[in-house]
Write a protein that binds this ligand. Sequence first.
Ligand code: ATP
Length: 396
Amino acid sequence: MAEVVLDKVNKLYENGFHAVHDLSIDIADGEFIVLVGPSGCGKSTALRMIAGLEDISTGTLSIDDRVVNTLSSRERDIAMVFQSYALYPHMSVADNIAYGLKIRRMEKSEIQARVKRAADMLELGPLLDRKPKQLSGGQRQRVAMGRAIVREPKVFLMDEPLSNLDAKLRVQMRAEIGQVQRDLNVTTIYVTHDQTEAMTMGDRVALMKAGVLQQLGAPQHLYDNPDNIFVAGFIGSPPMNMALATVDRASRGVTVSMGGAEVTVPETVTSARPALASYAGRQVAIGLRSEDMEDASLARDGGNRATLSTTVSLTEALGSEIVVHFPVDAPRVVTEDTKALEEDAGTEDIPTTTAGNTWVASFSPRSRVRPGDTVQIALDAERLHYFDPDTGLAIR
Ligand code: ATP
């Protein structure tokens, strides 16, 4: 059993920098939780506080109902896997895996049994006599995992363990770490800046920005029900399309006008989001994911659709889909959140005006659109997201 509970945990560094604000998360026994967010959001600081490598300024950290704030790393019974594997170059794979047990003076037969179990699980059996320099990057990462596994800790902590691997290996190791975690059923806290890792690996995801938890939940829940503009833009690739739109109260419910398209908000949506009607006569930020649009000439009838007319600026044929870029005649959303998202994406000129909004749609490969074509785009009105343009919070 290892339930990990953070209750209003704060980190104030000595220079006064407040890196983590009131972080509260209940992590269930056996759960795989991912702390994700852009560089500098405080996720590593949070993990290091859980590990006992960094003092907790205020708040409590409990493992199995026991407050562990003042316990050393070793007393907390956790094992950590870092981005740099830090293997001992002169030792064999087997000795690297066994090292932590040897210094704990564990019996030789028990060490051998544990190393064998871990090596079988990680398919390292044939490599046990090799030295680290005779291994590929992925194999080295597996040795680092092996070293953590043999400890049989209560909790695994992983800080960007895949960031030194190439893209293909990352995908493979993602699946392997997930499998090992499920086999061992050890509570795991995994830090990454990569939203794909968060989406694919976590039972739940905790998304942080500037030291503050933005949303905590199952990956699909964050994708489908983002609490604010930052979550909407961070989770998902390509990021959610956004624009400013005006809301009107029509005779039957609410309409939203955006870029020449008028969307009658379906009753299913207005009843689920009663606050939307109170925005009548005002602006809202709307969001729509690329897969919720289609080439209108191919779109199936039915459903609640609105149509947008535009000129295609760019297409990317990926085989399974065509990614279509097009301008929308509706202002761009510019908030602190969108600036933080652009910064995270490495955009050189971060947009500060609402002009020049471009959206991305994911069309079926049967679409024949080319750059320069005028196209009718069908928007799925049921799938629109609504946010307050000032606070960035979802309108519900
Ligand atoms: P990255 O993905 O870049 O590692 P992160 O989200 O893990 O980012 P942290 O390493 O937790 O971020 O750092 C959070 C913030 O705290 C950053 O702004 C960082 O500059 C600051 N910080 C980290 N260590 C210290 C320190 N010892 N003293 C003061 N500020 C620090």
